[in-house]
Write a protein that binds this ligand. Sequence first.
Ligand code: FES
Length: 109
Amino acid sequence: MSATRVCSLSELEQDTALRVVVDGTAIAVVKDSEGEVHAIGDTCTHGDISLAEGFVEGETLECWAHGSAFSLLTGKPLNLPAYEPVPVFAVTIDGDDVLIDPAVTKDVN
Ligand code: FES
């Protein structure tokens, strides 16, 4: 499948995550303080919690339940209790449209 429009750039608030679902895949979309847009898997690998309900801190998204902070760049948790990474998705910006293909993950290793 090809990239799908998930939201507009202008509806993303800085340092806030937005949960979108594309083809059954839940994704947390974040515009960081530099204006860069990131997309990582929305489900915390420690529990069935939406990461988009957590807190953006710099280049991380922190799960509100037990505090694991996931890197927006690599998907890796930077602290316990989560230890498995979430996927990182490629984001395309086309004008004011934010496009994501859930089948295309970034190779971050
Ligand atoms: S459910 Fe996310 S850290 Fe526990």
